[in-house]
Design a binder for this molecule. Structure first.
Ligand SMILES: NC(=O)c1ccc[n+]([C@@H]2O[C@H](COP(=O)([O-])OP(=O)(O)OC[C@H]3O[C@@H](n4cnc5c(N)ncnc54)[C@H](OP(=O)(O)O)[C@@H]3O)[C@@H](O)[C@H]2O)c1
Length: 246
């Protein structure tokens, strides 16, 4: 008997949940609980942090989890590190469902940077209209460049004041399409895009829109993680679940 834990919060995780439910696999879906109304899943769903590595190991043991798929966002590095450490400690096989990083193509004007601080440094000195497509975390550091107007796209309305003096919030939940992102950027007079290299299709429209509008993109590289099993497409994750290895 197997029991799979899916660490979610991405379009890929939702696709995996559908596939597991259709296959009748015994599985639990886990959300961090960051958004007010997360997308419903066709699997039993738990919400909230586990309590670090120790809490994660205790959860694996108490729920009888036999295999874990980490389908969190590539920038959810803390959860991914905890999953690597916790699964190793508990002897539970772990596989990441990780989409390949985006690559710049013909017509793209990307500045690739290592982290948020480098993204801030890559913005121009003169006032610009920046589509800051990084979610709601890490906004503080952009307040060091207050001359820019920032456009934020968030799932939920912010509950507290934002640290950016000149910003506009658009409420929307992905996946997004090119026509919508073109209209968004034109409506806001966007001159620069800042993006995390999430990969996948759900958030790629802004990059195609930026290319079509000839806009520069500051692309933030993914955080580094310890080695782990990785599969890039759903069928490979399903195959791994049939024969998981550590
Ligand atoms: N970071 C992004 O850019 C981004 C973008 C889109 C979606 N998301 C999704 O949003 C969630 C939170 O992202 P984050 O960047 O805040 O993560 P993070 O910094 O890696 O995680 C911080 C803590 O949140 C808890 N956590 C994260 N994901 C969880 C999950 N799926 N189930 C249960 N607990 C979870 C864990 O708490 P404990 O230590 O208490 O276990 C973890 O240590 C993730 O599920 C991710 O897939 C993130």
């Amino acid at each position: 008997m197997t029991r799979t834990l899916v660490l979610g919060g991405t379009t890929e995780a939702s696709a995996l949940a559908r596939a597991l439910a259709e296959a009748g696999v015994d599985a639990v879906f886990s959300y961090a609980g960051r958004t007010a109304s997360p997308v419903g899943q066709p699997l039993p769903t738990r919400m909230g942090g586990f309590g670090g590595v120790a809490g994660f190991v205790a959860y694996l043991r108490s729920e009888g989890i036999t295999q874990v798929v980490d389908a969190t966002h590539p920038f959810a590095a803390q959860m991914s590190r905890n999953a690597i450490a916790g699964c190793a400690e508990a002897g539970v096989p772990l596989c990441a469902f990780e989409r390949p990083a985006w690559q710049a193509g013909d017509g793209d004007n990307w500045t690739q940077v290592a982290d948020m601080a480098a993204a801030v440094a890559a913005l121009p000195k003169d006032p610009a209209r920046v589509f800051l497509a990084i979610g709601k975390q890490n906004l503080d550091i952009f307040a060091t460049q207050p001359q820019h107007h920032y456009l934020l796209r968030l799932v939920d309305a912010p509950k507290t004041d934002l640290p950016l003096p000149d910003c506009t919030v658009e409420l929307a939940r992905g996946p997004f399409d090119v026509a919508g992102d073109l209209a968004l950027m034109q409506r806001h007079g966007t001159t620069h895009v800042v993006a995390k290299n999430a990969g996948g299709s759900g958030a790629a429209a802004k990059l195609i829109a930026a290319r079509q509008l000839g806009l520069p993109v500051v692309m933030i590289a993914r955080p580094q993680l310890p080695p782990r099993q990785v599969r890039g497409v759903l069928a490979e994750v399903m195959a791994w679940l049939s024969h998981p290895d550590v």
